[in-house]
Design a protein around this ligand. Structure first.
Ligand code: DGL
Length: 259
């Protein structure tokens, strides 16, 4: 089986990493919309158009399922995509529901990191309205973190300074859970674990997304260390340097994730 994953840039590789662990024999096509990255600071009509163009290109390929490995693209365009194509299309949304559940057990609040566009759209605001009965969810856009990630900026001091600035007005003692609601952010999971107070739990949507993929395509998910399928990287501007960057970013992620 060949499964496509799509993001504005290298963010969706965090989902691909999880998919490679869960589906170690399947082939993947990874497509990045390098002509338009980042999505999170653009308007809804722009992102809708970028997503439709990218997915049109991807659908020319022989694929059996598509994972929109991008919270912003999902919020902007998943319904239209599902109406247009008849293969399974799996989207992503910030993992607010499990975060609220866990924070309630601890009597604390939830902080959601995502892009500005994701946080402004009704898919997100409706989700929060549905699950946040006790008004414990706060949100913070982190557009600069997408840029750092696209530059493969993983320097601890730089990232620590950035988060110190961003979180300076926030009393982290009130929070138990931070949701990484953008697929670029799990690159910083282990750094964040070192920077943030130890009681803070970080959660992201890649695990749930891959579970959903597995159930839709009828694959039994067998976690494994050895990936033996084939991965093809593509990007909308066809820049070979970016293809190389994707391969390096995926290597970086493999060193970050432990089975
Ligand atoms: N990785 C994307 C997400 O999950 C979008 C980042 C961007 O292009 O701004 O939201």
């Amino acid at each position: 089986m060949r499964i496509a994953l799509f993001d504005s840039g290298i963010g969706g590789l965090t989902v691909l990493t999880e998919a490679m662990r869960r589906l170690p024999k399947e082939d993947f096509l990874y497509f990045a919309d390098t002509l338009h990255v980042p999505y999170g600071t653009k308007t809804l009509p722009e992102v809708k158009r970028f997503v439709q163009e990218s997915v049109n290109t991807i659908m020319q390929e022989e694929i059996q399922a598509l994972v929109v490995a991008c919270n912003t693209a999902t919020s902007a365009a998943i319904e239209e995509l599902r109406r247009t194509y008849d293969i399974p299309i799996i989207g992503m949304e910030p993992a607010v529901k499990p975060a609220v559940k866990r924070s309630q057990a601890a009597g604390k609040r939830v902080l959601v990191f995502a892009t500005s566009l994701t946080l402004s759209l009704s898919k997100y605001t409706d989700l929060v309205a549905r699950v946040d009965d006790h008004k414990v969810v706060d949100s913070m856009p982190l557009p600069e973190l997408v840029q750092y990630c696209e530059q493969l900026q993983f320097d601890r001091d730089e990232i620590e300074r950035y988060f110190n600035r961003k979180l300076s007005g926030i009393d982290l003692a009130q929070y138990s859970t931070i949701v990484l609601g953008c697929t670029h952010f799990p690159y910083y999971k282990s750094l964040l674990q070192q920077i943030l107070p130890p009681h803070i739990e970080l959660i992201d949507g890649s695990h749930g997304t891959v579970e959903r993929l597995c159930s839709l395509i009828g694959c039994s998910a067998t976690p494994s260390k050895g990936y033996s399928g084939h991965i093809e990287f593509r990007c909308s501007d066809g820049n070979p340097a970016y293809l190389d960057k994707m391969a390096r970013a995926l290597d970086y992620l493999q060193t970050q994730y432990t089975l």
